[in-house]
Structures are given as structure tokens and as C-alpha cells.
Design a protein around this ligand. Structure first.
Ligand SMILES: *[C@@H]1O[C@H](CO)[C@@H](O)[C@H](O)[C@H]1NC(C)=O
Ligand SMILES: *[C@@H]1O[C@H](CO)[C@@H](O)[C@H](O)[C@H]1NC(C)=O
Ligand SMILES: *[C@@H]1O[C@H](CO)[C@@H](O)[C@H](O)[C@H]1NC(C)=O
Ligand SMILES: *[C@@H]1O[C@H](CO)[C@@H](O)[C@H](O)[C@H]1NC(C)=O
Ligand SMILES: *[C@@H]1O[C@H](CO)[C@@H](O)[C@H](O)[C@H]1NC(C)=O
Ligand SMILES: *[C@@H]1O[C@H](CO)[C@@H](O)[C@H](O)[C@H]1NC(C)=O
Length: 473
């Protein structure tokens, strides 16, 4: 824990199984001598009749990025040896941290992915690393992934049981116009031979994702929706061809960027069924340099702000003929590598768990946290690999929150947030309650609608009420 503000708020996962016993997991820590907190009362209402969303079994996902040690923000360099290129794959903490999820989805990508060339047979250029150059887009020169490193990564992923989503370079073949847009069709020659190499080596890939933050108004540059749709169809056809005799085929995923209603609508309509998952990125807290991040994290109306995006993406998908589903493909809260002692501290779980709950309630299937390691928002400490608090939040979520999401509302203080899923490992439900208030204990009564909660293979008693004290001062 990094600041006194963090100590007094609480999170709790409440698992109610058939016998209605409770496993109470909470991250409170008592502050000695302070028993003068006020108490507020409220009621959680859970509608167990229908599910409002269904997350993937392996909903939890984390990212590995390309940033080299020279990547710095606001004068600090927080990436160290956490790049796909230089990460220590022999570290046992890293291995076990991933294994604990069996499986953890890992998305490989980030800004520099659109400057990576793959050193496959067709590559005629020398295979050199990214070099810092502030006059180039994204601040670095083009970089190259040597195949021996790709082999090492895959050996590690296999050993750790991870499911890999690989973000392909979507700028290949395009030219950047003076208005900042990237035009021309995607040249997939290098990507195609990289995918072929991967298949020849029998490396298991869960999904191929096209591009990073090039949709809408883009970061650095942008690609128009119609062009992106046509490139995604090319990727789909390439994957279909290369994996012709292989089942199951990897997913085709795009566009991996910030939600923009018009761009996404056109993209989703034009890709038809050539895309399996629509990925969007979330950095709703603003830049990591902001000194008011903690206030935002603990402000319920600020947290609620992201619901519009989830809602809008969900209706875009529903109103289109597509069979694609929504994913959060990268989410680190605060951009430009997060903020030390905030996005890697206990307080960040209030944002993170709220995000997981909210995303699920809008039927998001997978949520990729930036990052597994690297920057100031790693689930693991960048230098020691020791888990940060959010690692345990992710693991608790993974173990306790089942696939079916139940509509949950809370009446009472706005500082309480509640999310319910069917339990993961038993019949019954798991209720996540978050108290954003650092000085008020909440007495929460949990009520259900009557009738069977078929979703959770469990019959609620006709009248059911549980009192749970959240917090903990
Ligand atoms: C509780 O939160 C308020 C408002 O964010 C803050 O001013 C105060 O310092 C916090 N108190 C403690 C003990 O952390
Ligand atoms: C709590 O209240 C008691 C009596 O009102 C007082 O003596 C004590 O200092 C208070 N403790 C804190 C931490 O405010
Ligand atoms: C940085 O990139 C610019 C533009 O591509 C190039 O002219 C310059 O030589 C590069 N600088 C270094 C130090 O490589
Ligand atoms: C596509 O890129 C490859 C290099 O990977 C190049 O040899 C080829 O000429 C390019 N194709 C087009 C149409 O530009
Ligand atoms: C390829 O990998 C799969 C599992 O990932 C394994 O079942 C299969 O035996 C492998 N095939 C070859 C030829 O190595
Ligand atoms: C990582 O761990 C080291 C050693 O405990 C600590 O000094 C450092 O602050 C940690 N870094 C982060 C980003 O938490």
C-alpha cells in the first residue's frame, strides 16, 4: 500500500453457494484506534432471472508490450527489461504468475507493433532493434522481431499455458499523408509469412489482431474505416488459407484502438463476419502525469463515465449483422505508462475491479489489462516480478466470478458499487462489493428477486436477505 488513503477503503468478494455460507475475502486493513467511522446503509438488488452478459471462461487478459528501456514519459523510464524483445523468460515468478490462471490470455502489442517487421524468409532488411529517434512517429525507428526470439517466446507461452493474441503491424505498405492519415492498402506479405512460420512451428495462437490505435482519430496516425475493414477481410482470408487444415482456427481481432462511434459502426458493418472480436482500448483516467488520479479513481461519477462507451459499442454490435463480440483489448487506466504509486498500488484495484465488473455487465467477453509487466501499471513489479496488488484482484476475479453476469443495482450511497456473477466453481453467486469511501462503513443488505436463478443452477429462497458489513475502518 502506498498511501494512507488506500488503507481504509474496502473491496469484498462474497460467494454465496447452495448452503449460503459466505467466503468473505476482503482487502481491508484496520487502522488502529480509528473506530469512529460513520455507517451508511444500503441494499444490493440482484436480478437472478436472466443474465445480462456472458464473459469468456478466460476473461482475464494482460498485455506484453514492445517498449524498449529507452521509452520514457515525463522524465521517467518505467519499462526496464519488460519488452517482448528482452523480458527474462527464465524468471520463475513470471512463469508461476501466468500459470496460476491456467489459462491467462496475453495480448502482445502496443504502439510500436505497427513498426515491427518479422525476420522471416521474405525479409530483406537487417533485423535491428528499435532505436530512439524523437523525429520519427512514436519516437522510435522501425524494429525487428528475430525468429529465435519468437521461438523462445512460444516455448515460454507453452510452458505457462498462456493463450496468445498477437498484434500485427497494420501500417505495412501504407504511406502517411501530410494531414496525418495513413493511406493505401495493408501490405500483408511479411505478416503472412510470419503467420506461416508460426503454423509451421505448430505454435498455438488464440487470435491474430490487426493494428494498434489506428482507428477513429488514431494515435500518431489513422486509417479510414472502409480501408481497415477491407484489410481485416484480407487478414481473415490469409488466416483461413494458412490454417486450412487446422481446427480450431485462431480468432481474427480488430481494430485495437479507442472507441469512435461512427468509425466503429462503419467498420463493423463492412467487415461482416470476417472479424471475431472487436477490441477497444481504455485510458479513461487521462495522462499518468496527472496528480489527481486517486480522486478520479474514487469518484463514482468519474467511474460511471466509461459506461457510455461500453453501452455504445454494445449497441453498435447488436444493431449490425456481425457475429463479432466486444473485448477490451488494452486498458491501463492512465496513459503514457501510468503513474508510479497509483496505477501499481492497492488503490488502483478500485478502478480495475470496477472496470471488470462494468465491462462484464455490457457483455464484454475478455478484458486485457495493460500490462502484465512493464510501465507503472504492471500486474507484476517491473524489476522484481513480484505481484502488485492488482495481480491478486485479477486472480480473485478469475477464480470467483463465473461466466453469467446478473443485473445488480444498489440503492444507498453512490460510493458503493456492486457486481454479481454466477459463482465460478460452485452453484450460487459471487457478489463483488466495492466501497470507495475511506471513512464510512457500509451495512449492505443483499436481496434477490424471487424465482429460480436458473443461470446459476441454484434456487434462491423466496425471500432472501443477507447483511454484509463492507468496511472496515
Ligand atoms: C479520505 O478521502 C478524502 C477525500 O478524498 C481525503 O481528503 C482524506 O484525506 C481521506 N482520508 C484518509 C484518512 O485517507
Ligand atoms: C474516536 O472518538 C473518541 C471519543 O470520541 C476519541 O477519543 C478518539 O480520539 C477518536 N479516534 C479517532 C481516531 O478519531
Ligand atoms: C532520426 O530520424 C530522422 C527522420 O527519419 C532521420 O533523418 C535521422 O537521421 C534520424 N536520427 C538518427 C540519430 O538516427
Ligand atoms: C509488400 O512488402 C514486401 C516486403 O515485405 C515487398 O517485397 C512487396 O513489394 C510489397 N508489395 C507491394 C505491393 O508493395
Ligand atoms: C501441435 O501442438 C498441439 C498442441 O498445441 C499438439 O497437440 C500437437 O501434437 C502438435 N503437433 C505437432 C506436429 O507437434
Ligand atoms: C518494485 O519493487 C522494488 C523493490 O521492492 C521497489 O523499490 C519499487 O518501487 C517497485 N516498483 C514499482 C513500480 O512498484
Amino acid at each position: 500500500m502506498s498511501s494512507s488513503q488506500n488503507r481504509e477503503m474496502g473491496l469484498c468478494f462474497l460467494v454465496c453457494i447452495v448452503s449460503c455460507s459466505f467466503i468473505y475475502v476482503s482487502s481491508q486493513s484496520a487502522v488502529a484506534g480509528n473506530d469512529n467511522s460513520s455507517v451508511s446503509e444500503g441494499t444490493v438488488f440482484i436480478d437472478g432471472k436472466t443474465s445480462i452478459g456472458k464473459i469468456d471462461e478466460d476473461f482475464i487478459c494482460a498485455t506484453l508490450d514492445w517498449w524498449p528501456p529507452e521509452k520514457c514519459d515525463y522524465g521517467t523510464c518505467s519499462w526496464d527489461q519488460a519488452s517482448l524483445i528482452n523480458l527474462d523468460l527464465n524468471n520463475n515468478i513470471l512463469l508461476n504468475a501466468i500459470k496460476a490462471f491456467s489459462p491467462l490470455k496475453i495480448r502482445l502489442g502496443g504502439t510500436l507493433q505497427d513498426k515491427v517487421i518479422y525476420d522471416t524468409e521474405d525479409n530483406k532488411q537487417p533485423c535491428v532493434q528499435f532505436v530512439k529517434n524523437t523525429s520519427q512517429m512514436f519516437g522510435f525507428t522501425q524494429g525487428c522481431l528475430p525468429m529465435y526470439r519468437w521461438d523462445e517466446l512460444n516455448a515460454f507461452f507453452k510452458k505457462s499455458g498462456a493463450e496468445i493474441i498477437f498484434g500485427l503491424n497494420a501500417l505495412a505498405g501504407r504511406s502517411i499523408k501530410s494531414d496525418g492519415s495513413a493511406v493505401g492498402a495493408w501490405n500483408y506479405t511479411n505478416a503472412e509469412s510470419f503467420i506461416s512460420y508460426t503454423v509451421k512451428k505448430n505454435y498455438s495462437i488464440y487470435g491474430w489482431e490487426l493494428g494498434n490505435e489506428l482507428c477513429g482519430s488514431g494515435v500518431g496516425t489513422r486509417v479510414a474505416a472502409a480501408q481497415y475493414a477491407s484489410d481485416t477481410i484480407s487478414l481473415y482470408n490469409t488466416v483461413k488459407k494458412i490454417y486450412s487444415s487446422i481446427e480450431p482456427k485462431p480468432l481474427v481481432i480488430a481494430p485495437g484502438g479507442f472507441f469512435d462511434a461512427n468509425w466503429f459502426k462503419e467498420f463493423v458493418d463492412k467487415t461482416g463476419n470476417s472479424v471475431n472480436a472487436i477490441t477497444h482500448h481504455i485510458y479513461n483516467l487521462g495522462p499518468g502525469v496527472d496528480t489527481h488520479l486517486i480522486e478520479k479513481i474514487l469518484d463514482p461519477s468519474y467511474l460511471d463515465g466509461e459506461a457510455d462507451t461500453f453501452n455504445s459499442l454494445q449497441s453498435t454490435i447488436k444493431s449490425s449483422a456481425t457475429s463479432a463480440v466486444a473485448w477490451v483489448g488494452e486498458s491501463g487506466g492512465a496513459y503514457n505508462s501510468g503513474r508510479n504509486l497509483v496505477t501499481n498500488a492497492f488503490v488502483f484495484s478500485f478502478w480495475y475491479l470496477d472496470q471488470l465488473g462494468m465491462a462484464s455487465a455490457y457483455d464484454t467477453k475478455t478484458y486485457c489489462r495493460q500490462s502484465l509487466i512493464g510501465g507503472n501499471y504492471g500486474l507484476l513489479n517491473t524489476t522484481t516480478f513480484v505481484p502488485n496488488p492488482d495481480y491478486y484482484s485479477a486472480l480473485l476475479w478469475h477464480r470467483l466470478m463465473g461466466r453469467n453476469v446478473l443485473s445488480t443495482s444498489f440503492s444507498g450511497t453512490k460510493k458503493i458499487r456492486a457486481y454479481t456473477h454466477c459463482a465460478k466453481q460452485s452453484k450460487g453467486i459471487t457478489l463483488l462489493i466495492i466501497n470507495l469511501d475511506n471513512s464510512t462503513t457500509a451495512e449492505v443488505t443483499v436481496t434477490f428477486n424471487t424465482g429460480p436463478a436458473m443461470n446459476c443452477l441454484w434456487t434462491f429462497p423466496l425471500i432472501y436477505s443477507v447483511k454484509c458489513r463492507v468496511i472496515l475502518v
